[in-house]
Design a binder for this molecule. Structure first.
Ligand SMILES: Nc1ncnc2c1ncn2[C@@H]1O[C@H](COP(=O)(O)OP(=O)(O)O)[C@@H](O)[C@H]1O
Ligand SMILES: [Mg+2]
Length: 261
């Protein structure tokens, strides 16, 4: 493996707390993500991992703390603004249009990029037609990259689960994100599907230079592909460092031995 170049901090999470009524989902969490990194978030169920991603991409507004993206700090940001800034995500529970084809699902990720007037688009005239062709070409490249050419026209609901997860990744990639947030992209997959997904994540990181924040339960995968790992437990950060450091962290070992997930 060649040593890759990690850049400056692209995402800086500072003192984030999040409460739902009496539930403290996150308590005073700080960590950063550097450009070109694969940064994993691990922890037992209910630790606050998905909530953390939801704070980063504007679905939840943190009760306290701030998030700085490329030097711009925000404490209130809606999902669309975050997406426009170049942050895309996939979901723990798939959010695809099951009746629509693979091609159209991935195209739907492209909507933010489509600039021309919606009426011109509907009529497919002038700049709208040219733009549509360019977007289709980009989507076809993603389809090739993810090796799902054979299923371009297949309704997503008819595909095996592993391939649906791959389409979800494609939809996120269609946004040409600088940062990709992946919430358990390998959950429910068999060993072979996990290997495929790991390879695609590494390839996205390598070929497009995309920074990746990954939530994953499979420790083998996490230790294999992450540059750094942050560990949450009951909404608190209990570890942060290289896979090696995290693996040897007493608090982390205790949290994992004491939990059944
Ligand atoms: N929308 C919500 N409303 C109320 N409680 C929530 C909500 N989302 C998450 N929680 C609670 O916050 C805690 C962390 O959940 P979550 O972020 O989903 O953990 P993880 O992804 O690590 O399994 C849990 O106690 C969960 O029940
Ligand atoms: Mg979760």
């Amino acid at each position: 493996m060649t040593t890759k170049k990690i850049g400056d901090v692209i995402l800086d999470i500072k003192n984030i707390s999040l409460r739902f009524g009496g539930v403290k989902a996150l308590t005073d969490i700080s960590f950063n993500v550097k450009e070109h990194e694969i940064r994993s978030i691990i922890g037992p169920n209910g630790a606050g991992k998905s909530s953390m991603l939801n704070c980063i991409n504007g679905v939840y507004t943190p009760t306290e703390g701030s998030i700085t993206f490329r030097g711009k700090t925000f404490d209130h940001m809606n999902s669309r603004q975050v997406a426009e800034m170049g942050v895309a995500r996939t979901f723990q529970n798939l959010a695809l249009f099951k009746g629509m084809s693979v091609l159209d699902n991935i195209m739907s990720g492209r909507n933010l990029k489509i600039k021309s007037n919606i009426f011109l688009q509907a009529l497919r005239i002038g700049p709208a037609e040219k733009e549509e062709i360019q977007h289709r070409e980009y989507v076809e490249q993603i389809i090739d990259f993810l090796e799902i050419q054979a299923f371009r026209k297949t309704p997503v609901g008819q595909l095996p689960y592993g391939l649906q997860k791959r389409v979800d990744l494609g939809r996120a990639l269609a946004m040409e994100p600088q940062v990709l947030l992946l919430d358990e992209p390998m959950a429910g997959m068999n060993v072979e599907e996990k290997q495929d997904m790991s390879r695609f994540i590494l390839d996205v990181n390598d070929e497009f230079g995309t920074t990746i924040v990954l939530i994953e339960h499979d420790m083998g995968v996490v230790m294999d592909i992450s540059d750094r790992v942050v560990v949450l437990d009951y909404g608190k950060k209990i570890g942060d460092g290289s896979p090696e450091e995290v693996r040897n962290n007493e608090d982390v070992i205790r949290a994992y031995l004491g939990s059944s997930h």
